[in-house]
Design a protein around this ligand. Structure first.
Ligand code: UD1
Ligand code: UDP
Length: 412
């Protein structure tokens, strides 16, 4: 294993640091199940608060931050702003190559699994933290739970697509935010048990909705950080050229990755585009709510635009969140300035069905997880098990059924 990178060290990312002192697993049979719950990057942190609160009623959650994001504005500040409790561990992985990030996080999560002996590992979304947790759980034979399962971009040049595909194959419990995500999982014949829960990001937003005043003024809000929008100077220049066509001034809170590329390639940024540091989640909600339109390549921001009823222009050729496009609220414009311009002129649709659920995904997730953990585990390896598996019975939690056609579903 390599030492922490200069970048990780420079940002003060510690080696496995224990912020609190979770107790060792009790052998008392009445003890509550213990679940290692992983966050690593900004969107995972933002979605974690309602889930963590709901889990508190049914399991002992050991909250683990891999340290993939570490800037105050990307991590610590977001934890404070969303009201997520302090993680029990920070694994200090920091910025590295994808392979190093995956490998180091997996190793450190594996060490934690050894130490904490959880009953399940819960991961969310599609980041390197997600896949690291999934691999560590699978290697240790610990049941894996995936929140935000089943999303697909069908783009193999996105690391997130690999992370999702692999995580969904390893998971025993797949919690899909939408029926469309469930259909993707059924099409792929994943082995785990599938439930549609709604989207915890919707819970987070609904929690804040009454307290968020829209920011004032006429402006477009934008965010950009996808690898394929930021890894080539021509493409990033095309993104910036699109934004410069906005009829309103553009506010662009910049992901550190994008800021680094603009600086490195000395790209010209129109004075029409105001570059900001990443803003806190609640400030972002206010900016979203007050925007005339939102242009983004972020998965979370596309959904939030929909939840606020603000038209969205997605700076991509595809999206995982296809329901937002089908509804007419989101338009895929890629980096085509004409499409961008046309999309802005489109009138907003009148209907906005609750495609991300009812804001109660988190309690649903907690209830499904509690029921899953209450079921008997797989017999030990020397136990012969049933000769013929009864497909009508619900799967044991460590031995998922092959077919999901009869998987239970909680409507969103
Ligand atoms: C990651 C996720 C992506 C998610 C995004 C959310 C993967 C493969 N991608 O992408 O799905 O949408 O987080 O924001 O996991 N950096 C900092 N400070 C930080 C974090 C990152 O300066 O606190 C810079 C570093 O230069 C780093 C770069 O941003 O190399 C990229 O960070 P990384 O976590 O590798 O990927 P993201 O682009 O953030
Ligand atoms: N976000 C934020 N501050 C910003 C930009 C985004 O709080 O400056 C929030 C946004 O409201 C959403 C989440 O970050 O809740 C989305 O994360 P991100 O765009 O980093 O990743 P993605 O959703 O694409 O994985």
């Amino acid at each position: 294993m390599s030492a922490p990178s200069a970048s990780a060290r420079a940002h003060g990312a510690p080696d496995v640091a224990r912020a609190a002192a979770p107790s060792q697993r009790s052998d008392d049979a009445s003890a509550r199940p213990r679940v290692i719950s992983i966050v690593g990057a900004r969107p995972e942190i933002i979605q974690a608060a309602p889930v963590s609160a709901a889990l508190a009623g049914v399991v002992d959650e050991i909250l683990v931050h891999t340290g993939q994001h570490y800037d105050q504005a990307m991590s610590g500040g977001q934890i404070a702003d969303t009201g997520l409790r302090s993680p029990d561990y920070n694994l200090g992985v920091g910025s590295r190559s994808r392979a190093q990030q995956l490998g180091l996080a997996q190793l450190r999560i594996a060490e934690l699994i050894e130490r904490e002996r959880p009953d399940a590992v819960l991961v969310r979304g599609d980041t390197n933290a997600t896949l690291s947790g999934a691999r560590a759980a699978a290697a240790a034979g610990v049941p894996l739970v995936h929140i935000e399962a089943g999303l697909r971009s069908h783009r193999r040049d996105m690391p997130e697509e690999h992370n999702r595909l692999q995580t969904d194959r390893l998971a025993q419990l797949l919690l899909a935010p939408t029926p469309g995500a469930r259909r993707n999982l059924l099409d792929e014949r994943v082995a785990g048990e599938i439930h549609v829960t709604g989207d915890p990001l919707c819970d987070t937003l609904e929690h804040w909705r009454p307290r968020i005043q829209p920011a004032g003024g006429n402006y477009m809000l934008a965010t950009v950080h996808r690898n394929y929008n930021t890894d080539a100077p021509e493409r990033l220049a095309a993104v910036l050229a699109c934004l410069a066509r906005s009829p309103w001034p553009v506010l662009l809170p910049l992901h550190p990755r994008t800021r680094a590329r603009i600086d490195e390639w000395e790209l010209e940024v129109s004075p029409w585009i105001r570059l900001l540091a990443p803003v806190s989640y609640t400030r972002m909600l206010a900016l979203e709510r007050g925007a005339r339109a939102i242009a983004t390549d972020s998965g979370g921001v596309q959904r939030e635009a929909y939840m606020w009823g603000v038209p969205c222009l997605t700076l991509r050729e595809e999206t995982e969140w296809t329901d937002t496009v089908a509804s007419g609220w989101n338009t895929l414009v890629g980096v085509d300035p004409d499409l961008f311009h046309e999309a802005i002129a489109r009138p907003a649709p009148s209907a906005r069905p609750p495609i991300f659920g009812d804001g109660r995904a988190a309690p649903r997730i907690a209830a499904i997880l509690a029921a899953f953990l209450a079921r008997p585990t797989t017999p030990p390896p020397n136990h012969p098990g049933p000769l013929i598996e009864d497909r009508q019975t619900r799967p044991s939690r460590a031995a998922p059924s092959i077919s999901n056609s009869a998987a239970s579903e909680v409507p969103a």
